[in-house]
Design a protein around this ligand. Structure first.
Ligand code: AN7
Length: 357
């Protein structure tokens, strides 16, 4: 009889994406994942941008999170969050969102047979994302105000007990961050080394915290011999963390009226601000902001020079690399990873040039 191979290598080889790293997720063994094969996204070297002198770092890669099942990095966290929700026998899940979280939650809730309530800032969500939430059967409520207003409403109803049977899946939910940390594992596995810099768009500041956690775990488990520097990127008029950083403050400068064409990161009061600040400080990185013109330029450059279509909230990583290039903060010899968080199809208005600075 053939011997059964229980090795980690074999187990790993049979799994894909986020769940390939199940042993590094603090989950009970008997949980059955609610999954759409998320993660395992392309890591693309952007050599044309270097040859055309758009960037001055020859070793630059884009981690293309738009290739996830619903088109954004949110799926990495949602697979874990909804798996937990399902195991708790709740009626449904609830999120406030600038769009991508709603689209992702709606799809995974559908797969799990759960209801999905989403609260969105009216007029503040790109049409592709709203359409996805509706397609997957989410119950959509729009509120006047910003994402921050929507999140406040969700928090109040959850805390007030009105939504006892609904599991909150905003990014203060630790399970989502557990799933999102797997991006770090993939990057190190694929490159065979730890990058010098990782540039991450920052809205509610969950993703940068999660990715940093992933790198720290690899280091502490002995899978990596160093840590990267984390760079958090915000849009200029929605930059509570970048502004605080520039002023040398330890707390964010909250913004009541965040404004940017990058609607996904139009967030004035990021809930995960303290974790994100710690990530940037510990890693000896920095926060930086870029303006809407730079964001649109970077979006077009990625699309036209490299064939990579991303939404505006994702091109901020490239915009930031260009902005700091002249300042020498990131050097020619550095290995750089730009996290591109969401697909261009999310925001047709941006693709058709309807969003003007
Ligand atoms: C494309 O969907 O907050 O700093 O409600 O959609 O972890 O919040 C989206 C955020 C970056 C920022 N890029 O990530 C939501 C939401 C894209 C995004 C971010 C978002 P965080």
């Amino acid at each position: 009889m053939e011997e059964v191979d229980f090795s980690w290598e074999r187990a790993k080889a049979r799994r894909f994406g986020v769940w390939r790293y199940r042993e590094l997720l603090p989950l009970r063994d008997d949980l059955r994942p609610v999954t759409l094969s998320e993660g395992g996204t392309p890591l693309i070297k952007v050599s044309n941008l270097y040859e055309k002198r758009v960037v001055n770092t020859p070793n630059t890669y884009v981690k293309f999170e738009g290739a996830n099942p619903t088109g954004s990095f949110k799926d990495r966290g949602m697979t874990v969050g909804v798996t937990i929700a399902k195991s708790l026998s709740v009626d449904g899940v609830v999120v406030a969102s600038t769009g991508n979280t709603a689209a992702s939650a709606a799809a995974y809730a559908a797969r799990a047979g759960l209801r999905c309530l989403v609260v969105l800032p009216k007029g503040g969500v790109a049409i592709g994302k709203l359409a996805q939430a509706l397609l997957h059967g989410a119950e959509v409520r729009e509120v006047e105000g910003t994402f921050d207003t929507a999140l406040e409403l969700v928090l109040e109803s959850v805390m007030g007990g009105e939504m006892e049977r609904f599991y909150p899946l905003n990014s203060y939910n630790p399970w989502r961050l557990e799933g999102q940390k797997t991006l770090a594992f993939e990057v190190v596995e694929e490159l065979g080394e730890v990058p010098d810099f990782v540039l991450v768009p920052v809205g509610n500041a969950g993703n940068i915290s999660a990715i940093w956690k992933g790198f720290k775990e690899l280091y502490s488990f002995g899978y990596a011999d160093k840590l990267p520097r984390m760079v958090g990127v915000q849009a200029e008029a929605a930059a509570p963390l970048a502004k605080a950083w520039a002023l040398g403050l330890k707390k964010p400068v909250f913004v009541d009226d965040p404004r940017t064409i990058a609607s996904a990161i139009r967030i004035g009061r990021p809930v995960n601000w303290s974790k994100a600040m710690r990530a940037v400080e510990e890693s000896k990185g920095f926060f930086v902001s870029v303006d809407d013109g730079e964001i649109l330029d970077a979006m077009r450059l990625l699309a036209r020079e490299e064939g990579i279509g991303v939404e505006p909230a994702s091109s901020v990583s490239l915009a930031a690399l260009r902005r700091v290039a002249g300042e020498g903060r990131i050097g020619k010899g550095d290995l750089v990873v730009l996290v591109a968080t969401g697909h261009a199809l999310k925001d047709p208005d941006a693709m058709m040039g309807k969003l003007k600075v």
